[in-house]
Design a protein around this ligand. Structure first.
Ligand SMILES: [Zn+2]
Length: 196
């Protein structure tokens, strides 16, 4: 580990720059910091595929600052699970109230079985609801409120680019795009939604 101390880039602003990580088969799998990417390169675990224009300087050397790296070994890992957040529930429900189908901007999260009745904070018990429907349902169950869900709520599957998309709002790097076929529309969505 002494090598890490020696090769630590002195330009602090660079150490948090995002780097796209490709699997050995060029499949994009993650985004890491430049510092982490350099560790992988110096430990002979990855090669630099694309670089940022400016180099990173340390006390002794200067390096090409990687923007895209590729792992030498194919890694297999389970697809990540989508983190349960208000925003991800809205995305799953396409920003549509699951009771009336309304898509006006004033959306809330509704516990299908109310928390007061022991309902859990889970994908299967959370839906997007407009303020009107949420108010109408109140602390009642769907049956008690005589309402109907359009779709049974479920845990969404993480898309191929899930790990990458979640970081795109801070890092849409032009020279990554050729490694992310089909991402253009998805990234536009992520970018437009990143404010909420
Ligand atoms: Zn509604």
């Amino acid at each position: 580990m002494s090598m890490l101390a020696q090769t630590e880039p002195s330009q602090r602003s660079h150490t948090q720059s995002p780097v796209l990580v490709l699997n050995q088969n060029y499949e994009p799998i993650n985004v890491c910091t430049l510092r982490r990417a350099l560790v992988l390169v110096f430990c002979d675990k990855a090669e630099i595929i694309e670089a940022y224009g400016s180099p990173v300087y340390s006390q002794c050397f200067s390096y090409e600052a990687p923007s895209v790296i590729r792992l030498f070994q194919l890694i297999r890992r389970p697809r990540p699970r989508v983190k349960l957040t208000r925003r991800e529930v809205f995305i799953r429900d396409r920003y549509t109230c699951q009771y009336c189908g309304g898509a006006n901007g004033d959306l809330t999260l509704d516990h299908v079985i109310p928390r007061s009745k022991g309902g859990a904070h889970t994908w299967e018990n959370l839906v997007t609801a407009c303020r009107h429907c949420n108010h109408r349902k109140g602390g009642k169950t769907v049956q008690e409120a005589r309402m109907k869900l359009m779709v049974t709520p479920y845990e969404p599957r993480a898309g191929v680019y899930y790990s990458i998309e979640r970081r795109l709002h801070s890092a849409a790097i032009e020279n990554w795009m050729k490694f992310l076929p089909g991402l253009e529309t998805a990234s536009n969505l992520a970018l437009s939604l990143s404010s909420d």
